[in-house]
Design a protein around this ligand. Structure first.
Ligand code: DMJ
Length: 665
């Protein structure tokens, strides 16, 4: 009988307890005690086994309850502590990674081809280098760019040193040499700040002695005079000389050659010619003309030429003219995206894109910054600077770049890159890269986005565009078109060795200088391997060993020479920074070939065929940059006067017009 009853009793006890809990609140005290006694009696009636089972069951429930309580408590603690760690990491991120551009991502299939010129350090090493450069940089925009305490201390020291330098005010003399303050003629504007002085005292002492003009420089002066004679006689006040037909060519109708050549005459010491040209600027140059000009070309040649002549001569006439043209160019920025139109009518103030597209060229919209920024600094009118810096910021933020390499076109409506997938350091992109570095230098080496963008781009060049030719293993910069490499190099790309050398001089890593040396050798060979000793506009390199083939090949459509400056420009930088005379000798060889094949009685002329020494076919055109750039760089290359346009005080715009490097106020 026992076996059945306890089970029933057990349920009875449970039910009773349950009933109590539901109705206990209404029960009187006696009823409660009666129930307790009843329960106790029932409990006593149970066998020991039944009681043990019941006790074990409750004990088991208790243990389970305790375990799940501990688990829940642990889980809660773990959740809380993970959140705060995540929070800490999130808070740490901005400290660890200050706003920098994304690192190059793709591995390069061709890296193995260039062991000696590949980056010696990773991109992080550039970031490390950046920190050092930030320390050296002068003050400005402090609000926008917080620095750590160590950096601040070092910057204060730098400030002190710079202030001490401020007393050493200098003026640039005829031939561009630094002279004592009291020898200057007219003071530049009050807003102008002195160029930064970095040369050692010993260097300055040595360089302050007048350095006589050497035979090679005299040859450059003779070449200039010959060209100028033709210009004066047949094209005075017009844009370009036609030296064969003794006539002129009009592009903007603004005396382009004359303005482009002003600072060259100053640097070459051609005082008489300079004064004549200045008189024309004063009395004849009128920008109030109903004429369409190209924003980029008129900025680099006219605005740049006027600004640098103002700095060298200190004559406010040139600043007034610079302000005038600067204002007249501003409507170009009135576009939906603020990326400027290519053309603007400087008389009516109406700007427009070319007739066939609403695109502008990337190099054009990003190579007007040095000039407009300098105009703002001199005038105090920030509209110029703001307009061009907005363009840089916008381009900086755009997608469509390939490891820092940019496409060639940008749409003025959408502000986006167009014709994606083609990357070159030649036409339509070239000076974008040049101005990244040069703006950084102009602004006192503190605009780090520009430097980051430049370093990324050079890494992109190494990764995607460098190859070696056969049989001489010349390092060259080719092009990438939709993933396919083309062994094509424009002569325009020969600006790159000079720019790389300038970057290395300003503290970038030594591999930039190594690449500069390799590339200038190639640019020289682009002259040396050609029948006239003059480079064609475009060359193709052989990249596969083939018997009897040279490194360089030329297509018939590319065999012209426009008297371009880029190789001479780079030879100048390489000579300045290395002192290796071979660069002067290479330049001398090229000058002689210009004299042999491009000089005509009326001046110098572009030629159609660099491969035909018996008939190079002169084109009847002398470009303004022959006087503005090519002959100026020849003269500077042959000079041993390191103070002649000191590269720690001046930065050349892309048309060879030197503008001062800013220093902290
Ligand atoms: C010049 O007008 C400038 O150097 C520009 O950057 C490129 N083209 C010519 C010279 O070749």
């Amino acid at each position: 009988m026992y076996p059945q009853s306890p089970r029933q009793d057990f349920f009875a006890v449970t039910l009773n307890l349950g009933e109590r809990s539901q109705s206990g609140a209404d029960s009187g005290g006696s009823k409660y005690w009666r129930r307790r006694r009843l329960c106790w009696r029932k409990w006593k009636q149970l066998s020991r086994l039944q009681r043990n089972i019941i006790l074990f069951f409750f004990a088991f429930l208790g243990v389970c309850g305790l375990i799940s309580y501990i688990n829940m408590a642990n889980h809660g603690r773990a959740f809380t502590s993970r959140s705060s760690e995540e929070q800490k990491i999130e808070l740490d991120i901005p400290e660890l990674n200050p706003a920098v551009l994304a690192a190059p991502q793709k591995a390069d299939a061709n890296q193995g081809d260039f062991p000696e010129i590949l980056p010696q350090k990773t991109r992080n090493s550039h970031q490390g280098r950046l920190v050092n450069l930030q320390i050296k940089a002068p003050q400005e925009d402090q609000k926008e760019r917080p620095h750590d305490d160590d950096t601040k201390n070092l910057e204060e020291e730098h400030d002190q040193a710079s202030n001490e330098n401020k007393s050493e005010r200098t003026v640039i003399s005829w031939r561009g040499a630094v002279i004592e303050p009291d020898q200057g003629t007219e003071s530049p504007s009050n807003k102008m700040q002195e160029p930064v002085h970095k040369s050692s005292t010993a260097e300055i002492k040595n360089q302050k002695k007048p350095v006589p003009i050497n035979e090679r420089q005299k040859a450059v002066i003779e070449a200039f005079r010959h060209a100028w004679k033709g210009y004066k006689k047949f094209a005075w006040g017009h844009d370009e000389l036609k030296p064969l037909t003794h006539s002129f060519n009009e592009w903007f109708g603004l005396g382009l050659t004359l303005i482009d050549a002003l600072d060259t005459m100053w640097i070459l010491g051609l005082k008489e010619e300079f004064e004549e040209a200045k008189a024309w600027v004063k009395t004849e140059l009128n920008f109030g003309k109903n004429v369409d000009v190209n924003l980029f070309e008129s900025t680099i040649r006219i605005l740049g030429g006027l600004l640098s002549t103002y700095h060298l001569s200190g004559d406010s006439l040139f600043l007034e003219k610079a302000k005038d043209i600067g204002n007249r160019l501003m409507p170009a920025f009135n576009t939906p995206s603020r990326i400027p139109y290519s053309d603007v009518n400087i008389g009516s103030g109406v700007a427009h894109p070319p007739r066939w597209t609403s695109d502008s060229t990337v190099a054009e919209v990003t190579s007007i910054q040095l000039e407009f920024r300098e105009l703002s600094r001199l005038t105090g009118d920030m509209r110029f600077q703001t307009a061009v810096e907005n363009v840089m910021k916008h381009v900086h933020s755009l997608s469509g770049k390939n490891d820092g390499l940019v496409p060639m076109f940008i749409n003025t409506n959408s502000g986006l890159f167009t014709h994606l997938g083609v990357y070159t350091l030649g036409a339509r992109a070239d000076s974008y890269y040049e101005y990244l570095l040069k703006q950084w230098i102009q602004g006192g080496k503190k605009e780090n986005e520009l430097l980051e963008e430049y370093i990324n781009a050079i890494e992109g060049v190494k990764r995607h565009l460098l190859r070696k030719s056969e049989p001489s293993k010349l390092t060259f910069v080719g092009e990438l078109a939709h993933g396919r490499f083309r062994a094509k190099m424009d002569h325009l790309v020969c600006f790159l060795p000079g720019t790389l050398a300038l970057g290395a001089h300003n503290g970038l890593t030594a591999d930039h200088m190594e690449l500069a040396k390799a590339l200038i050798e190639t640019c020289y060979q682009m002259y040396h391997q050609i029948e006239t000793g003059l480079s064609p506009e475009i060359v193709y390199f052989n990249i596969h060993p083939q018997k009897g083939h040279k490194d360089v090949e030329v297509k018939s459509s590319d065999r012209h020479n426009l008297l371009r400056p880029e190789t001479i420009e780079s030879l100048f930088y390489l000579y300045r920074f290395t002192g290796n005379k071979k660069y002067q000798d290479w330049g001398w060889e090229i000058l002689q070939n210009f004299n042999k094949y491009t000089r005509v009685p009326g001046g110098y002329s572009s030629i159609d065929n660099v491969q035909n020494p018996s008939n190079p076919q002169p084109r009847d055109k002398m470009e303004s940059f022959f006087l503005g750039e090519t002959l100026k760089y020849f003269f500077l290359l042959f000079s041993d006067d390191m103070e002649l346009i000191n590269l720690d005080q001046y930065v050349f715009n892309t048309e060879a017009h030197p503008l001062p490097i800013w220093v902290p106020v």
